[in-house]
Design a protein around this ligand. Structure first.
Ligand code: PLP
Length: 375
């Protein structure tokens, strides 16, 4: 099986699985005062410190959640509940993941003005365009670091810096799901007040994520109850999943640059071979190499995806999260013409050059066998 759908989810690494299993055995509740409880609390503390260190943040700025969807919902609704009485505008980009776009839509239904900034005709975002959409009435700007459908890297640092200068009161949130542990960045340099992370995109289990909240940012929580996570996220901590998240970060953090180089070579090989065969590469050359959007001679995405699946190659059509629904994101990037014929190939450092050769060979076979039927 060749797995090229790492932007949808990744295989948990051995270190993460071992940490999950270890924490399942040491099954205490971190709130308990006895030995088992303290052991569990220590596991949570270690993982929190690993994530904080990887981000260049303080441990007390990290809150565990069930995943990036919860993190972004918490950030967006929290910002609304903290500032929505005084201000009514939020700014997002038009290519956000539904974990951001859907809460923004709900706020629009509740009466907020939601400004969705699009890329220019060249398919790129410009910091000044996004910053210009933020005004004195804006309580939140939320933009992703790397787009999950094309790998496009948004100018987050430049935008946040422009906005902080002109509108220091606006909260700045960044969905870093496709960037964390893949490209080097530190939260202070990025300038984010809030940041969403997900475990299962970095070889940790599903159902675990984190929200970074800069010290001094106060938003109300989404969940009320026993007051875990320093009162911010009630509910008994999922110690095994947290342990798995921390272990994956500990494993990956030291090799971000090496893996980026290696995956860059894989991407270059794929794009070069695609060019030779006449397949279109829709991702820009300076996109994250972890995500490559390609199209083969107008072949419909689903047809191609199932053809490859029969050959034991897993890719996705656009975004796995937009299953069944047509995503508008490719159109926003000026890729309307190929949006029905796009597959997303997303890498991890376990992928190999041989796997790429097999993929391209099968794409060629698909073109030869299916093109006339499908067109
Ligand atoms: N944001 C981006 C960019 C994503 O790619 C995803 C998952 O596909 C999410 C948010 C949601 O993450 P989670 O599955 O942890 O809720």
């Amino acid at each position: 099986m060749i797995y090229f759908d790492n932007a949808a989810t990744t295989k948990p690494c051995a270190e993460s699985v071992a940490a999950v299993n270890g924490a399942l055995e040491r099954f205490g509740n971190p709130s308990s005062l006895h030995k088992l409880g303290l052991e569990a609390e220590l596991i949570v503390t270690d993982a929190r410190e690993a994530i904080a260190e990887a981000l260049g943040a303080k441990a007390e700025e990290i809150y565990f959640t069930s995943g990036a969807t919860e993190s972004s919902n918490t950030a967006i609704f929290g910002a609304f509940r903290a500032y929505g009485k005084r201000k009514s505008r939020i700014v997002i980009t038009s290519v956000e993941h539904p974990a951001t776009a859907a809460p923004a839509l709900l706020l629009e239904e509740l009466g907020c003005e939601v400004v969705r900034v699009s890329p220019r005709d060249d398919g790129r975002f410009y910091a000044e365009d996004i910053a210009a959409a933020v005004d004195d009435n804006t309580f939140l700007l939320s933009m992703m670091l790397i787009n999950n459908e094309t790998g496009y890297i948004l100018p987050v640092q430049e935008t946040f810096s422009l906005v902080k200068k002109k509108h220091p009161e606006a909260l700045l949130h960044c969905d870093c799901v496709q960037g964390f542990m893949k490209i080097p960045f530190k939260v202070k340099k990025l300038g984010a007040d809030m940041l969403s992370l997900s475990g299962h995109k970095i070889h940790a289990p599903k159902g675990i994520g984190a929200l970074y909240l800069r010290k001094g940012v106060h938003i109300p929580s989404l969940l009320y109850g026993g007051g875990q996570e320093r009162g911010f996220r009630s509910g008994t901590e999922s110690v095994p999943l947290i342990a798995g998240f921390g272990a994956a970060v500990n494993k990956l953090a030291p090799t971000i640059k090496e893996r980026l180089d290696y995956v860059g070579q894989l991407r270059d090989r794929l794009t070069q071979m695609c060019a030779e065969k006449g397949f279109s590469v829709n991702s820009l050359p300076d996109a994250s190499p972890y995500v490559v959007s390609i199209s083969v001679n107008g072949l419909r995405s689903e047809v191609l995806l199932h053809y490859l699946e029969k050959k034991d190659i897993c890719v996705s059509s656009g975004s796995a999260c937009s299953k069944g629904k047509k995503s508008s994101v490719l159109g926003e990037f000026g890729l309307d013409a190929v949006s029905d014929s796009t597959i997303r190939v997303s890498f991890c450092a376990e992928n190999t050059a041989n796997e790429i050769d097999t993929l391209v060979e099968q794409l060629e076979n698909a073109e030869n066998e299916l093109c006339k039927v499908s067109k």
